[in-house]
Design a protein around this ligand. Structure first.
Ligand SMILES: CC(C)(COP(=O)(O)OP(=O)(O)OC[C@H]1O[C@@H](n2cnc3c(N)ncnc32)[C@H](O)[C@@H]1OP(=O)(O)O)[C@@H](O)C(=O)NCCC(=O)NCCS
Length: 250
């Protein structure tokens, strides 16, 4: 499974990026609008040293892209100490894979789309502005104000929305595919709509859609152990650690 995941991580950014090979590391540089990419160990088997990471950071600064480095701990275990020695701090995100038999029953108000309506970006942005799992004040009024300015964008991915009668879109998520592998990401619920099961339901419907479309492995990484619980409740199992490194602040 680790090799399959590594191949996924190496291939999924390629269509949207320019790729630079730097010895033991590969740098994906975003082409056009969208997610600014990151560096990863070369596939297969890259074993970066402190010097490789220091040089990569210099190249990222030169290009004006984030000094971001990502890898799976189980595949490249030495890179944690290497990254810290090169001046990065490392977020260790639980990595979870789907157990298909454990998916819950479908949610009546969650839809999966192959378009990206403006609600997807707006709800995700408001959700990620209130990190963690706690409920908050921000809700449909803020969503509707932001929607007045928003435009739908094109997509290569699948998107899910929890669209409740009389309330509209309250939770969203995205799935991206390479080969037989699908990663679910960008799960977000408006703070005022949290703890109603919608984040879990959006995740479950994206996973079901991926299986229906032939995916052999569905996985995601969670920002924290408490967020991981939301995914565990809908059939995902904690199997490893995704490492996300960025410069130490201050
Ligand atoms: C993480 C996030 C998506 C969860 O969304 P959510 O809609 O609140 O998720 P759920 O309702 O499915 O689950 C949250 C909790 O509510 C509980 N819950 C689910 N249905 C419930 C219901 N009907 N009544 C009461 N509680 C319920 C769940 O058991 C879970 O409890 P736990 O945290 O103690 O395990 C949301 O908090 C969020 O948008 N956070 C910011 C963005 C973010 O970090 N996204 C994840 C990136 S990896």
């Amino acid at each position: 499974m680790w090799d399959v995941l590594e191949e996924f991580y190496d291939s999924v950014p390629r269509p949207g990026s320019r790729v630079e090979d730097h010895g033991e590391l590969v740098l994906f540089v975003q082409a056009g609008d969208g997610h600014p990419y990151y560096a990863r160990p070369r596939f297969p088997g890259g074993r970066p040293t402190v010097d490789d990471v220091v040089k990569m950071r210099a190249r990222q600064r030169e290009l004006g892209v984030p000094e971001a480095l990502e890898w799976v701990h189980e595949t490249t275990p030495d890179l944690y100490d290497v990254a810290v020695a090169a001046g990065l701090e490392v977020l260790r995100a639980p990595l979870l894979v789907l157990d298909p038999e454990k998916l819950p029953e479908p949610h009546p108000h969650v839809r999966v789309l192959d378009t990206r309506p403006a609600e997807v970006s707006v709800v995700a942005e408001l959700a990620f502005s209130s990190p963690g799992t706690s409920p908050g004040e921000v809700g449909v009024a803020e969503r509707d104000a932001a929607l007045a300015e928003a435009v739908p964008t094109s997509t290569r991915h699948r998107h899910a929305v929890a669209d409740l009668p009389g309330e509209g879109v309250l939770a969203v998520g995205t799935a991206q595919r390479a080969g037989d592998v699908v990663e679910i990401a960008g799960i977000g619920t408006l703070p005022a709509a949290r703890r109603r099961g919608l984040g879990g339901a959006v995740t479950a419907e994206l996973a079901r859609d991926a299986l229906d479309r032939g995916a052999k492995l569905v996985f995601l990484s969670a920002g924290s152990p408490e967020i991981a619980r939301v995914y565990e409740r809908v059939g995902f199992r904690h199997v490893g650690t995704a490492c996300i490194a960025s410069p130490v602040v201050g």
